[in-house]
Design a protein around this ligand. Structure first.
Ligand SMILES: NC(=O)c1ccc[n+]([C@@H]2O[C@H](COP(=O)([O-])OP(=O)(O)OC[C@H]3O[C@@H](n4cnc5c(N)ncnc54)[C@H](OP(=O)(O)O)[C@@H]3O)[C@@H](O)[C@H]2O)c1
Length: 289
């Protein structure tokens, strides 16, 4: 934790008072990678390592720099800081209104700062992998690791498409996954999902733990396999569509624990345990809800 100089928006930039952020598995992985390695990789792919952690954020625009067209002072906004050196685990955030790697948009009415802060990474990843698998109405979809961030969004977004969902998780998360609408659940601590009698049109590995060959016994003829190990990118339209669904209550961001900014180390420790259910919020300031 450190006090640093207040950022000031230049041309095309907005200054945001952050009300809520998160700790994602990606944040943990970025923190653990050596900075020298990140610097070298960054040169190759065109970004610099982060000075401030936190890929996701939600807050209020307090100042719009010259030439800003998409946002104005007072707008409630949310998004990611992907590819930027700054991050959401801070009281203020200064970002461009447009850049290549990340996304920022207005929060639809009815969606809280905390729910908006945990939507971007998990929901966009779930959407892209469901798209990649070509999930359509009536498909039987197995979500392996249904209780994580990507998993809880994947269950709900697959249901929105009209698929029938089976979730795989541990005993402690069976009720959660059922409550999201999964028609059936498989407890991986008691049963090998690859030996169930059910067959699936899509197997979605939401935690990067199973291979296509491991899933083969439960894949119907012509079935598709997707995994969080596949690269994804951030697409503004997808984020906005998911936010609209969340604002109407059609999908619900699952918030497991809330931490204050002072507790950021504990928040990272918890996410690093790989036991989080859905998402972990970092509440910043009194207006986080
Ligand atoms: N491709 C991309 O762009 C992209 C984007 C976002 C995330 N990711 C990656 O996707 C993965 C998932 O991230 P996440 O934030 O959704 O979840 P996460 O925090 O990595 O996982 C937490 C959940 O995983 C479950 N889990 C742990 N071990 C499991 C196992 N062996 N089998 C089944 N479930 C297991 C846990 O449930 P139990 O306690 O019930 O086991 C917990 O609910 C991460 O590796 C992340 O880096 C990739």
């Amino acid at each position: 934790m450190a006090d640093i100089q207040m950022p000031s928006p230049g041309p095309g930039e907005i200054l945001i008072r952050v009300h809520a952020s998160s700790v994602t598995m990606g944040d943990v992985m970025l923190r653990k990678l050596p900075r020298a390695l990140l610097t070298v990789v960054g040169v190759l792919v065109g970004f610099k390592p982060k000075d401030i952690a936190g890929v996701e954020f939600a807050g209020e625009v307090v100042e719009a720099g010259p030439q800003v067209t998409r946002f104005a002072q007072g707008d409630r906004v949310f998004g990611t800081t992907t590819g930027l050196t700054t991050g959401g685990n801070a009281e203020y955030l200064c970002i461009p209104e447009r850049w290549k790697a990340g996304v920022v948009s207005k929060i639809p009415a009815g969606l809280s700062y905390e729910d908006a802060a945990v939507l971007p990474v998990g929901s966009m990843t779930a959407t892209q992998l469901l798209d990649k698998a070509g999930v359509t109405s009536g498909d039987r979809v197995l979500i392996y690791g249904a209780s994580g961030s990507v998993g809880t969004y994947a269950v709900q977004l697959a249901l929105q498409i009209g698929a029938t969902v089976t979730g795989v998780c541990s005993t402690a998360n069976l009720e959660l996954v059922r409550s999201l609408g999964a028609a059936s659940v498989v407890d991986y601590a008691r049963e090998d999902f690859a030996k169930t009698a059910m067959m699936f049109d899509v197997v979605f590995d939401a935690v990067g733990k199973i291979s296509r060959s491991r899933a083969k016994p439960v894949m119907a003829s012509g079935a598709r396999y997707v995994s969080v190990k596949y690269p994804t990118k951030e697409v503004l339209e997808q984020l906005e569509r998911n936010a609209l669904l969340a604002s109407k209550g059609s999908i619900k961001p699952v918030v497991d624990r809330r931490y204050s900014l002072d507790q950021i180390v504990e928040a990272h420790r918890y996410v690093e345990s790989r036991r989080k259910k859905g998402n972990v919020v970092v509440a910043i300031g009194p207006a986080s809800m």
